[in-house]
Structure formats: C-alpha cells, structure tokens
Design a protein. Sequence first.
Length: 256
Amino acid sequence: MTNKKMIDASIKKKEAVKFLKNDEDSLKEKSLEEILAARAEYPVESEEWEYLNKIKSEVLQKKKPSTAEKILYFKEADLDSIPMGFSKASKLPSIDYEIEERSLLEYHPNQRHPIPYVAVRYEEEYFFILRGAGVGESRLAGRKGLLGGHVGEMDAVPGDIQSSIENGLWREMEEEAGIKAEKVKKLEMKGIIKSNDGVDSDHLGIIYEIELNNKDIQSEEEELTGIWMTKEELKQHFDELESWSKIVVSNLILSN
C-alpha cells in the first residue's frame, strides 16, 4: 500500500470512529441484533468494532444486569489444540485465562468462556433443570439442561485453571441445586465440548459427572425447575434438551 493510500485509509478510519461516537445516543437505542449487524461491518477488534462492542455491552447490561459480572475467558487462538465436538478428557490442558465483564465477551468471535457442565447422578437417574425465560443465558430458555454456569472472578485461582473451573462448579451446584461437598460421593471430569453452533460458539464446555449419596436435592433458583430422569426418559425427551445436554447424553450417559 502506498503512503497516500495508507493516509487515506487512516483518515477514513478516523472519520468512521468520529461518526460512530457522534451517533452514540441513537446507537444505544437500537436493538442488540442491529448493533451486532453494524459491528459486523468492521474487522474484528478494529477500533470501530471495539467501540460498537462497548455499545453492545451497555445494551446487554441494561437488558440483563447480571451480564455486568466479571468472568473467566480464553482467547480462541489458545484453544487450537482442543478439537471441535466432544473429546474425552480427565483434566484440562494448561491454558492461560483472562477476566472481563461478561457483557463485553458475549457474541465475541475471538473468545470463549469456560462453563463447568455437570451430569448429576444418583443410582440410575440423572438430574436435569428446565430453564425459564428469566435465566442468565436467555438463548437457552425453555430447554432442559444440566447444572452449570460461568466461572466468576471470585472463583479464579492464579495460574491454576483446573481449580478455578472446579471452584465455579461447586458454587454453581450449590446456587442451582443446593449441592454441597458432603452430598457428593464422587466427582470426575469426563470431557470437553467445543462447538460453533449458536450460543455454543461463546463457550467451552468442561464436562463433569457427579455421583450423589442421595437424591434429596431440588432447584434453588426461581427460573429453574429440577427433574430426575432415567435413561429411558432421556431417550423420550431427547429433542427437548439443550445442545450440550444432547452431546453429554449421547456420548456419556446412553453410551454406558
């Protein structure tokens, strides 16, 4: 590129950013879908893209205040060694993580948030939850799924991603179903899910299985309804499951 072309490109970029910032109030009134469409017009992580990503963050926080929480995330480039789909694993590879507001990370193509996702079992039954319309991840509303959630800043152990994930796992299990360590007979990591299907593209699933001493648990959150299901019932209700739950049921529960 010649010096003149480089200068012209720089001027156009500055003019685009100036235009966007002058139009900030009207941007904040647009829908999430409109902001994402506008952001898609620019190279990922360019100055214009980052500016629109901040607008998206403000819109998300206004719509769902819980997205202001700070969570752990991975850079997509650091996950190249993990294959797409489901892969069996008993521990995570060494991966560096960072921490940022969830609203900035949602719908970000270069980052994924780790989600501990837990198959809770007592004898021959598995505990699932039905997510209501007000759940933290609105894209999963109306689906049956396993326990799990984001790993928060409070869960982080410097330099130890496995402990950080499991801190988040224990916190989520207690918050969602009142499960504490004394109720757990066995805890074991089973695999990793990496997918680009819809909501999955934001996340990296860290799959665990937990065996309980008894089945005296229930959903602890207003927007969640807990149910126990046998393998036969899971087959009958398979189409009602979240995408990750379908993967776990197919590869771990029904394959045994």
